[in-house]
Each structure stands twice: as structure tokens, then as C-alpha cells.
Design a protein. Structure first.
Ligand code: NIG
Ligand code: FE
Length: 425
């Protein structure tokens, strides 16, 4: 029985990113590399990792599928801890509007932006959302992503929010990538609730959250805590209630205006606070102190032509920093991990090692999954990527292009560039 039993040998290096919790500050620089390492995966879980000779000694190889890494570098699969990958329709016009100088929030306040995706997501059939979601997951897999977070928030009303979460569950069931589901019903204020945001939060708390919790539709509750969206008070009330009901919480915080979202994240014990372009030093320090992961999304700052979050300073102040794509149809339409790595290293002054930590073990920590994924450690899920090169240093060096050759999910090869040439000639 070979099942999901796999041995990976003949690597140049196993970049383990070893650890079972988020890494802070200087810890982010150590990738815990095993030169010429090997890995044994049994029933989809990592059974052994170490120098090849040690790992292969006395191993009944005939019970395993063997992958010859041909001298290439092996890493944990990437964890993309912030995406909105289920949505209907597109907003390609807005891109040109923003190029001519229209403001992102202004577009939303005149009924476009998130509210435009809400209308299109309401109108979309479940099978359409499912098919588009599966294609987006396929693309993420090609970049080496093995765990992804997905948010609702393009429904806002009860039925469409539930529809989005159900579609997410269907894609999770059918796709090799594991999906962590987040309920983001407080993502924007529909016209009919303008000036009645408090009431909208009350309705979410009384009518939607109990169903989401009861049906296990989402593990996290998120909120867009922002000027002209949901205030710190509204966000606090929602997240506190969600926690009381047993959910974990995260926030879109201090993205456009410094509202105190980072401080709120520390106060309510969020697992992560995301964006943080405008976060104050106090907020950053409070988050670090409470082990709230700081998730920065350079693709969004790039796409909106905003100043990047102060990642370098956050790491130096002791943050657990994670990087994610923020894939969505408006502020950042990209699932490209190589783009995020390029921006992090070239424009946010992060080192290659820090960027890799931020997309593996710290991404896992941002989803409260650091004990099960995000590193190559015994007892964790066998989720890995084999590069086309012999060193992880090629990841940022080949700018904007994926260096992932194979993706292994729970011990099975689920993506192989060598097997699937895209060019027909
Ligand atoms: O994370 N900031 C709020 N929400 C999303 C954008 C969603 C959209 O523009 O559709 C974000 O950037
Ligand atoms: Fe987002």
C-alpha cells in the first residue's frame, strides 16, 4: 500500500522553516535548512525529516513512492492567509478609473468598489462562483500555495453571505488546497444601512453569526474597520460577540486611515490584523506583545499606489509578520506569490529569509494553523513545494515568475510543471 506514503530524496536542501508557532523579529531570519535532506511522509503526514543518510537508514523503501528531487530545493507549501477568492463579476473599469486618479474609497462611496462586487456576487449562480473559485485555486496551487484563507463579504445580506461560505466549503472539499473560511459580513455598508451601521452589526450578531457558528460555515470572523465603513466601536462589539460564540477573529485594520485597528486587535485578542499601512507604533507594539500576527499585503499597496506597510520596522519591533496576496476583484486582483515576494524584498526591505518565513510558518500562525502546517516538521501535514532550482534564493531572484516545479499536498503530487507543459509545439 503506497497510498499517501512518499519519500523525497536527493534534494539540494530541505528548507524546513521549522517551528510550531509564529516567529517574531530576528527568529524570522532562520529558515532551519538541512543540506541534502530527505523527508518521509506517511498517510499524508510528515514522519521523518533530516539528513538523507539518517532518514533513509532502515526505511522499508518498497512501502513508499519515491520522489527523486534531482538536486533541487524543497520547502513547505506557501500559506496565503488573506484572500477573497469567491466573487462574481469583475471591476476592470475601476482599474482605469484609478489610473486617471479616482480614489479607491471614493469609488466605493459612489456605489462602486466592493458594492459593485456585491451586486455581481448576488446575481451569480452557485455553480458560477464555484467554477471561478476552483480556477483561482488552481492558479494559486501553481504558485505553491497549499493552504489558503477565503473570506465572504461580497454578499453582505444573509442569503448571499451564506451562499459564498457554502461555495467556499464546496471548493475546499474538491480542491487539493485546504481552505480556512472567514465570515466577513461587515465588509462594506450597503446604501440602505448608511448611517445605521450599528443596526447592521446588531443584525449580523443576532441573525447571521448564530447560523454561521451552528453550521460550522466559518472559523474566523473579520470586519473592515475603517473610516466611513465600520468604526472601532462597531468592530469591537462584533468581534467580542463572535469570540463569545466560539469564533476566532481577525480585522482589516488601519488600511487607509489610522483608526486604532491595531490596538483593537490586541485588545480583543485577534489572531491577526491585516493591512496595517497606517498602524501606529503603539498598535504595532501592542500586537507584538499579545502575539497578534501582523499580516501585510504589499500587492494592495502596490495596486492602490499607497505607501507600503512598515514591514521592516514591524519586524524590528518584534512583530510576528506574515505576508499574503489579498486576492480580490478590486484593490488587488492578483494571486501571484512571486509578485508579493518581489514587493516585500525590493520595496519593504524584507530579506528573502523573512519573506519565506512570512509566507510559510507565519502565514500558518495567521490562521491559527502553526501546529499543523507551515513548516517541514515531524507530525505536520506533508505539504511541500519542490523548486526548479537548487536554492531557495531563486525565489525572489526570478522576479515575478514562479520557480515552483512540483507541489505536494498531504504526501501526493498535485501539481507538476514537468508533466504539464503549457506550450504546445
Ligand atoms: O482587503 N479593504 C477591504 N477589502 C478588500 C478589498 C475588496 C475589494 O476592493 O473588493 C481588501 O483590500
Ligand atoms: Fe482583504
Amino acid at each position: 500500500m503506497k497510498g499517501n506514503h512518499l519519500v523525497i530524496k536527493n534534494t539540494s536542501e530541505v528548507v524546513t522553516c521549522s517551528g510550531f508557532k509564529g516567529k517574531k523579529g530576528k527568529e524570522m531570519s532562520d529558515l532551519h535548512i538541512i543540506p541534502r535532506g530527505a523527508v518521509v511522509i506517511k498517510d499524508g503526514m510528515i514522519e521523518k525529516v533530516g539528513p538523507e543518510e539518517e532518514v533513509l537508514k532502515n526505511l522499508p523503501l518498497e512501502e513508499y513512492e519515491v520522489l527523486d528531487a534531482k538536486g533541487k530545493s524543497l520547502l513547505p507549501g506557501f500559506v496565503d492567509s488573506h484572500t477573497h477568492y469567491i466573487w462574481g463579476g469583475y471591476r476592470e473599469e475601476e482599474y482605469s478609473w484609478r489610473l486617471r486618479g479616482d480614489d479607491y474609497m471614493e469609488i466605493m462611496n459612489r456605489g462602486g468598489g466592493i458594492l459593485s462586487s456585491v451586486r455581481k456576487t448576488k446575481a451569480a449562480r452557485k455553480d458560477e462562483l464555484y467554477n471561478d473559485g476552483m480556477k483561482r485555486l488552481d492558479s494559486m496551487l501553481s504558485f505553491g500555495v497549499t493552504t489558503v484563507e477565503g473570506k465572504s463579504g461580497y454578499g453582505l445580506d444573509f442569503d448571499t453571505e451564506i451562499k459564498q461560505l457554502e461555495v467556499m466549503a464546496d471548493t475546499d472539499r474538491d480542491h487539493p488546497i485546504d481552505v480556512v473560511k472567514t465570515y466577513l459580513g461587515a465588509h462594506a455598508v450597503p446604501k440602505e444601512y448608511k448611517g445605521r451601521e450599528e443596526e447592521m452589526i446588531t443584525e449580523i450578531i443576532e441573525k447571521v453569526l448564530p447560523v454561521v457558528v451552528e453550521r460550522g460555515l466559518a472559523e474566523f470572523c473579520d470586519v473592515f474597520c475603517e473610516k466611513n465603513v465600520f468604526s472601532v466601536e462597531d468592530s469591537r462589539r462584533l468581534l467580542t460577540k463572535a469570540k463569545e460564540m466560539g469564533m476566532k477573529v481577525k480585522l482589516h485594520a488601519d488600511e487607509i486611515v489610522p483608526l486604532g485597528g491595531a490596538e483593537l486587535a490586541a485588545e480583543v485578542g485577534a489572531v491577526s490584523a491585516d493591512h496595517l499601512l497606517q498602524a501606529s507604533n503603539e498598535g504595532i507594539d501592542q500586537m507584538a506583545e499579545k502575539n497578534v500576527v501582523a499580516t501585510v499585503l504589499p500587492g494592495t499597496a502596490f495596486s492602490l499606489k499607497e505607501k507600503y506597510a512598515r514591514a521592516r520596522e514591524m519586524i524590528d519591533r518584534g512583530s510576528i509578520l506574515s505576508l499574503a496576496t489579498d486576492l480580490n476583484p478590486g484593490s488587488c486582483f492578483t494571486e501571484s506569490i512571486p509578485l508579493i515576494i518581489a514587493l516585500a524584498t525590493l520595496y519593504m526591505d524584507m530579506t528573502t529569509e523573512e519573506a519565506i518565513t512570512a509566507l510559510t510558518i507565519n502565514g500558518a500562525a495567521a490562521l491559527d494553523r502553526a501546529e499543523t502546517v507551515g513548516s517541514i516538521d515531524v507530525g505536520k501535514q506533508g505539504d511541500m513545494i519542490l523548486l526548479e532550482h537548487d536554492s531557495y534564493k531563486f525565489i525572489p531572484y526570478h522576479i515575478g515568475v514562479s520557480t515552483v516545479e512540483k507541489v505536494i499536498k498531504k504526501g501526493k503530487i498535485v501539481y507538476d510543471k514537468e508533466d504539464q507543459p503549457c506550450v504546445i509545439r
